[in-house]
Design a protein around this ligand. Structure first.
Ligand SMILES: [Zn+2]
Ligand SMILES: [Zn+2]
Length: 506
C-alpha cells in the first residue's frame, strides 16, 4: 500500500500510515501539464538542432528551479552544452546529370534525387564525365551464388543499380525465399560498390516498385545522409523512366528475376556529372541538470542520477517509423515528454522531503538521445558528480502508456537491485516486469558502459512509436504518475543505502 499523504498533513497522520513512506504522491495533473507543453505543436517535435528543443530545455530548467533543485550544469548554470552533428548543410552547388542511351536527364536535389550517403566536406566536390555502368541489383552474394559484380569492372565508374532484390516475392527463390538477403541492405550495396573502386552509386526503384516510395522532398527538411565513403544517390524513377526505357533496363531486371543470371554491363557512351556541396551541420544542444544535495554530510558527495531524454525526432526523417510522413510534427508525448515530466515531478516530491535522500540526487534531461544516446554519453564523460561516486542511475524513457505494469530493465547490473525494486513496487502497489528494451536502447546504457548500475523504466512499445500520432491525449497520466512514484521510491532506497551498489560484471 502506498501512503499518499502531503507533507503538511503528514506529521498529524504519521501514526496511521502503515508503511511509513513519507513521500507525497506524484500528481497526475501536474505531470500531464508538462507533457502537454513539451508535446505541443509549438515545440515542433523537439528535434535536435531546432528552436523547439531549446525552448523545451529552458522550460525544464525553469521547472527544476521551481521544484527546488539547485543548478548542476556548466559554470553554475542549468545547462551542459555540447556539439553534435544534426544533419547535412546544403550548399548552393548541387546537381546530377545522367547521359545515357542518347538521352540526358538533369536531376535536382530534393526533387528528383537525394543523397542516401555523402561524405560531408566544406569544399565543392565534382565528378565530371564519369562513365556509367549498370550493375543489376548491386548485390554481391557469393554465398547464394549470385553476384552482380562478377563480370564487370566498376573501378573509376559510376554504378547504376535497382533497389531491393530479384525474386523478392518468390517463396521458393534460392535468394533466401521472401526474406531479404543481408547483401540487399543499402549499407552492403554501398560497400560492394565502394570496395570495387566505384566513384558513385545511383539507386533507382526496381520495376516491381514502380511507385517510388522514397520521399525526395523530405531531404531539405530533415537532411541526413550516412557516410559510406562515396556518394550514394537515390534517383527518381519518374525522371529516369525514358532513360531506363532506352536502355531496356526494366526488361533486363525482368530477365534477372526469371533466371537469377546477372546481366551487368557497361553502357556505351553513358556518363554522369555530379556536383555536391554538402557540409556537416554541427550544432550545440544542451543537457539540463538540477541537483538536490544529499541530506547526509557523509553521503552528499555521492549521487543517484535520475535521467530521461527530452529530444525527439522533430519533423520525422530517417528516424521516423513513417519516413514518408516527414514534414509532420512528431510530438513525442510518450517518447519522451512522459519521462521528462516525471523527472520534474519526482524532483518536486523529493525536494519536499529532503531528509529521506542521504545521497545527492542529480536530475538530468538529456538531448541527443534520438541520434545515438549522445547527451548521456556526454554526461558520462563530464558528470556533475564523478561516476565513481555515482551509486546508480534510473532512466525514464517512454513511461506514458501504463497498461497495468511497468517494465524495469537492468536489474542484473547489481545483486541488491532486484530486492530494492521489489520492495519499492510493493510499497507503491505497482506490478513490475523485469526486462525492458535492453542494452543500447536508451540512456541507461551510457552509464552501464561506465560500470554504474542503471535501471530503465518503460511501459512498452505501441503503434505510435516515432510516429506523428504520439500525442498527449494518449498518455495515461494516472499510470505515468504511478511509474514516477515507483522511480522516486527506488531512488530513495538507493540514495539511503549504507553501501554503494556493487556492479555485477557480465
Ligand atoms: Zn526514447
Ligand atoms: Zn525515440
Amino acid at each position: 500500500m502506498f501512503c499518499a499523504l502531503r507533507p503538511a498533513v503528514l506529521l498529524l497522520a504519521l501514526a496511521s500510515c502503515a508503511v511509513g513512506a513519507s513521500t507525497p504522491a506524484i500528481a497526475p495533473d501536474a505531470l500531464l501539464a508538462h507533457v502537454k507543453f513539451l508535446a505541443s505543436d509549438e515545440l515542433q517535435g523537439r528535434g535536435n538542432g531546432s528552436s523547439g528543443l531549446e525552448r523545451a530545455a529552458d522550460y525544464i530548467a525553469g521547472e527544476f528551479r521551481k521544484a527546488g533543485l539547485e543548478s548542476g550544469g556548466e559554470a553554475g548554470s542549468w545547462f551542459q552544452p555540447f556539439e553534435i552533428t544534426t544533419g547535412v548543410a546544403i550548399g548552393g552547388h548541387n546537381g546530377l546529370t545522367i547521359r545515357a542511351g542518347g538521352r540526358t536527364v538533369r536531376l535536382t536535389l530534393g526533387e528528383s534525387y537525394y543523397p542516401l550517403a555523402a561524405t560531408p566536406s566544406d569544399a565543392v566536390t565534382s565528378l565530371t564525365d564519369v562513365p556509367l555502368v549498370f550493375a543489376g541489383y548491386g548485390i554481391a552474394a557469393p554465398g547464394f551464388k549470385y553476384d552482380d559484380y562478377a563480370t564487370i569492372d566498376v573501378s573509376g565508374k559510376a554504378v547504376l543499380i535497382f533497389s531491393h532484390e530479384p525474386q523478392e516475392h518468390q517463396r521458393d527463390s534460392r535468394l533466401n525465399g521472401t526474406r531479404p538477403l543481408r547483401e540487399t541492405t543499402l549499407y552492403q550495396k554501398a560497400l560492394a560498390a565502394r570496395s570495387r573502386g566505384a566513384r558513385a552509386l545511383l539507386v533507382v526503384s526496381d520495376p516491381s516498385h514502380s511507385t517510388d516510395e522514397a520521399n525526395y522532398r523530405a531531404f531539405p527538411i530533415e537532411s541526413d545522409a550516412e557516410d559510406h565513403g562515396i556518394p550514394v544517390l537515390r534517383v527518381r524513377r519518374n525522371e529516369m523512366a525514358p532513360l531506363l526505357q532506352a536502355l531496356q533496363l526494366d526488361a533486363t531486371a525482368a530477365a534477372i528475376d526469371r533466371d537469377l543470371v546477372p546481366r551487368s554491363r557497361a553502357l556505351r557512351g553513358a556518363a554522369v556529372d555530379y556536383t555536391q556541396e554538402l557540409g556537416a551541420r554541427r550544432q550545440t544542444v544542451r543537457n539540463v541538470i538540477g541537483i538536490l544535495p544529499g541530506a547526509d554530510a557523509a553521503r552528499g558527495e555521492e549521487a543517484v542520477v535520475l535521467g530521461g531524454h527530452y529530444d525527439h525526432v522533430g519533423l520525422g526523417g530517417r528516424f521516423s517509423s513513417v519516413p514518408e510522413r516527414t514534414g509532420e510534427i512528431h510530438n513525442g508525448a510518450d517518447d519522451n515528454a512522459s519521462g521528462v515530466s516525471a523527472l520534474i515531478e519526482i524532483a518536486r516530491a523529493a525536494a519536499g522531503d529532503r531528509p529521506r535522500f542521504r545521497r545527492s540526487l542529480v536530475f538530468v534531461a538529456f538531448a541527443g538521445e534520438e541520434r545515438g544516446l549522445l547527451g548521456s554519453s556526454y554526461y558520462a564523460a563530464h558528470p556533475s558528480i564523478p561516476l565513481d561516486e555515482t551509486a546508480a542511475m534510473l532512466n525514464l524513457d517512454m513511461i506514458g502508456r501504463f497498461r497495468g505494469r511497468v517494465e524495469v530493465g537492468g536489474l542484473d547490473a547489481s545483486d541488491p537491485l532486484r530486492a530494492e525494486v521489489d520492495a519499492a513496487a510493493r510499497e507503491v502497489g505497482i506490478s513490475v516486469r523485469p526486462g525492458g528494451p535492453g542494452a543500447g536502447r536508451s540512456d541507461d546504457s551510457s552509464f552501464v558502459d561506465h560500470r554504474v548500475p542503471a535501471l530503465h523504466f518503460f511501459t512498452g512499445f505501441h503503434d505510435e512509436y516515432h510516429h506523428p500520432g504520439d500525442d498527449w491525449d494518449r498518455i495515461d497520466a494516472e499510470g505515468t504518475a504511478r511509474v514516477a512514484t515507483l522511480a522516486l521510491e527506488v531512488a530513495a532506497r538507493l540514495a539511503g543505502r549504507d553501501d554503494k551498489l556493487p556492479f555485477t560484471s557480465r
